[in-house]
Design a protein around this ligand. Structure first.
Ligand code: NAD
Ligand code: UD1
Length: 338
């Protein structure tokens, strides 16, 4: 298929471009490089041995999208572009609504105009809020998102549902990601956060590489097996492959479908720390801190629907994720800045 990938220079986008190219799809990437670097795409090209058509386009720029869609005829859009820092979204809510919600509406308008009515969207498990069912199925009612970032995912999902309701030519797959970590096994592409990482794994790898003295563990008094928060960590390559599988739903004219992309396993913060230490033969010093505002105790998926409908399930385990995260970080101590 001919696929437009928005945000394709980012962490999940770059890994997905690898899997798309490796399975014979033809990819055009757009990205405004607000949270990524073009070198990531050069590295993707080295992995796949295929060139990538890249355009520095902001999804809020209708005219630029219009011109691009005049030039190419796409079978599907995979839409990663968006801002994703939870804390920043609390400081700058309008930037998040403008970029994520406004940008997506502009993108949908442009696709609609050019009759490309197939899209796969990067949603998040955060739309479940504090989940009412564990493991979380797609039927689990959505919950209260405690920050503007999460709200943008919820709002975009609702916009897409309305669009598909009013025009059944649209095929829309909402993928609710759990916690992507890990990196491509080559160690040449990976997650490259700006500043102090908010998320657990990039923080652990920065402690391991000596950039930070110790990990803060946010809370050890949750109702979980060791008191620390439990999440469904998924290898980013498995997640990327989930998008290739989701194209099947698009080809089958699915209307609107929602899939969890997770492993179905919940691991605590300390499970991750100890697995990372064991697999990589390293020590990660940590201190217990108070709970982080907005965190839920436990969040992991029931991933049966993706297996049944798409034939997709995660192949990598927590050890693989810890090994590959470290392989990326140790080979690129400063991320893409060398
Ligand atoms: P990322 O920041 O690495 O990638 C997003 C990319 O979008 C970046 O390359 C950025 O430059 C680009 N971008 C942002 N705004 C843009 C705009 N207006 N126009 C064009 N490009 C723009 O993030 P990621 O981790 O790869 O996440 C990809 C998507 O998945 C995001 O929508 C994110 O919200 C969602 N998601 C991520 C996670 C996670 O843990 N990483 C979890 C759930 C959902
Ligand atoms: C966070 C976001 C979520 C987003 C997801 C992926 C919040 C409240 N939620 O989810 O909206 O979709 O990232 O980008 O920020 N932890 C520590 N020390 C750290 C970092 C994390 O103990 O330095 C703990 C957390 O308390 C949590 C677990 O590790 O229990 C995972 O945290 P994180 O990687 O930030 O992911 P989420 O909180 O699940």
């Amino acid at each position: 298929m001919k696929i437009l990938v928005t945000g394709g220079a980012g962490y999940i986008g770059s890994h997905t471009v690898v899997e798309l190219q490796n399975t014979g799809h033809n990819v055009v990437v757009i990205d405004n490089l607000s949270n990524s670097k073009e070198i990531a795409l050069q590295r993707v090209s080295q992995i796949t041995n295929k060139p990538i058509d890249f355009y520095n386009i902001d999804i809020r720029d209708f005219n630029a999208l219009d011109k691009l869609l005049d030039k190419y005829s796409f079978d599907c859009c995979i839409h990663f572009a968006g801002l994703k820092a939870v804390g920043e979204s609390v400081q700058k809510p309008l930037d998040y609504y403008d970029n994520n919600v406004g940008g997506t509406v502009t993108l949908l308008r442009a696709l609609n105009k050019h009759n490309c009515k197939n899209i796969i969207f990067s949603s998040s498990a955060c739309v479940y809020g504090n989940p009412k069912i564990i493991p979380i199925t797609e039927e689990c009612p959505k919950g209260l998102c405690t920050n503007p970032y999460g709200q943008t995912k919820h709002i975009i999902e609702e916009i897409m549902k309305d669009l598909q309701k009013c025009d059944s030519d649209w095929n829309i797959v909402l993928l609710r990601y759990f916690n992507p970590i890990g990196a491509h096994k080559s160690g040449t592409i990976g997650e490259d956060p700006n500043g102090i990482p908010n998320n657990l794994m990039p923080f652990i790898t920065q402690v391991a590489v000596g950039k930070r003295p110790e990990l803060n563990v946010f809370g050890d008094d949750y109702d979980t097996h060791d008191g620390t928060g439990v999440r469904d960590y998924i290898h980013v390559v498995d997640l990327a492959r989930g998008h290739v599988s989701a194209l099947k739903a698009i080809e089958n004219k699915c209307g609107l479908e929602i899939f969890n992309l997770g492993t179905g396993n919940g691991y605590s913060v300390l499970d991750v720390v100890h697995t990372f230490e064991k697999v990589n033969n390293l020590k990660i010093p940590y201190v217990i801190k108070p709970r982080r505002a907005g965190d839920v105790p436990t969040c992991y998926s029931n991933a049966d629907k993706a297996k049944k409908v798409l034939g997709w399930s995660a192949q990598f385990n927590l050890e693989d994720m810890c090994r590959d995260s470290w392989n990326w970080q140790k080979n690129n101590p400063n991320g893409y800045d060398e």
